[in-house]
Design a protein. Structure first.
Length: 147
């Protein structure tokens, strides 16, 4: 009985520690933002961030910015220059293209080994064998994909 009472007294302390640590995690994620990334700065100012943008995104944590996937020039605040196709700007791929879009890196063993030495690199092929991949190939755009 006495042990239960002591545990009950520890619960508020545990809650405080968890809340304090979650703030640290947010600070760590925010610190991972690439410095002077004009994509993020401009989209934040316009309040036009992609709805799935997340400061804890694994790509940001690995030092990859928006331009790492979507191309363009993240060093300029000129919108036309930043999103110039001549500078590799791709923007948002069509739903049908997302597995191959993500697969450019995620299926490349050399790229992926830099980040996670044992990660599978056949994920695009595996996706296409799944029900979701088969339905996407059949034209259903309401299926789960990489994003």
């Amino acid at each position: 009985m006495m042990k239960n009472i002591r545990l009950i007294h520890l619960l508020p302390l545990l809650a405080v520690l968890l809340l304090a640590n979650s703030g640290n995690l947010r600070a760590q994620a925010a610190a991972a933002l690439p410095e002077n990334d004009q994509c993020i700065i401009c989209h934040q100012e316009d309040e036009n961030m992609p709805e799935d943008f997340n400061l804890a995104d694994i790509h940001l944590q690995a030092g990859l910015s928006c331009a790492g996937c979507h191309g363009g020039d993240p060093t300029t605040n000129d919108e036309e220059a930043a999103m110039d196709p001549a500078k590799g700007f791709i923007g948002m791929p069509d739903k049908q293209d997302i597995p191959q879009f993500c697969g450019k890196c995620h299926s490349d063993i050399t790229v992926m080994r830099q980040y996670q030495p044992r990660i599978a690199t056949d994920q695009v092929a595996q996706y296409y064998t799944s029900v979701h991949g088969q339905r996407l190939q059949a034209g259903d755009e309401k299926v789960a994909d990489c994003t």
